[in-house]
Write a protein that binds this ligand. Sequence first.
Ligand SMILES: [Zn+2]
Ligand SMILES: [Zn+2]
Length: 346
Amino acid sequence: MQLYNTLSAKERAELIEAAGKERLTISFYQYAKIENPQELRDALFLFWDSIEVLGRIYIATEGINAQLSVPAENFQQFKDHLDTISFLKDVRLNIAIEQDNFSFLKLKVKVRSKIVADGLNDDTFDVTNKGVHLNAIKFNEILEDPDTVLVDMRNHYESEIGHFKGAVTPDVDTFRDSLDIIEDDLKEHKEDKKLVMYCTGGIRCEKASAYYKHKGFKQVYQLEGGIINYFRQVEKEGLENKFIGKNFVFDERRAEKISDDVIAHCHQCGKPADTHVNCANEGCHLLFIQCEECAEKMNHCCSEECKEIIALPYEEQKKLRKGKNNSNKIFKKGRADYLPYISKKE
Ligand SMILES: [Zn+2]
Ligand SMILES: [Zn+2]
């Protein structure tokens, strides 16, 4: 029985291309009490691996959070199988707006202590006591209400390239920081203001809305299924799109375009740009926004220093990296003091 990946990402990409199959990029989550996460993990891995599902899935005793891609022809099998698991029956599947066969290159199913790193102690409040879920129509409506405060529950590098018009976008690196800042900003308005929140696919708002209710907020709302699901409804039902820019996503695609506006700036020259890249120096790998001209001029690097390093023979670069671990910078922060145009809050 093979319970783990054996192929490299590159080998996997070659296989996908050779197979020539359309894939669907999907995400879903569910808070539920899972007694034995490891058992579920192994069962899901075995079945999903057999139908060529790829992706990144976290399972904890509090639930499951999955981002994955499924060959289109196996979608029904995938869905039928989910329906056999009681707490996943009819779970809402967010299907990505922009499809890309290479959104995921491996299947990684991991048991974690939590399905979202939220920095919160679960025992302090009831996660199932969430806010009122809003579909796109209701969400658009509530944004017109002068008593509404709209809050983006994502991190700074996500809201930087796209957000809802008029949203408060906390300048934070973590979800935990965001919770505190918003609570402090609104502490005088726990009863009279409508606290409306959104995130990428809805999962962060499940926690946040329950948290704010626990903290005494009386009118708490959340965008059902997040930006991904909102845009689907906007397109399908011909609604007004109140989101500007790109939706940052946590897979190889990095972002999907929701409107044609480019609201961010190249971190190096300041001109309008909203493409996230990783610094080409493997020992750095900083995630930042770079325009095409700067990419060319800087040889895809974030700094002169990194540019010098990648000009060295590979063996020497490896020596420089020894003992340093930068692999986690990929989706981290996107901030560096030496980048002159890190977007300032307006
Ligand atoms: Zn530039
Ligand atoms: Zn760099």
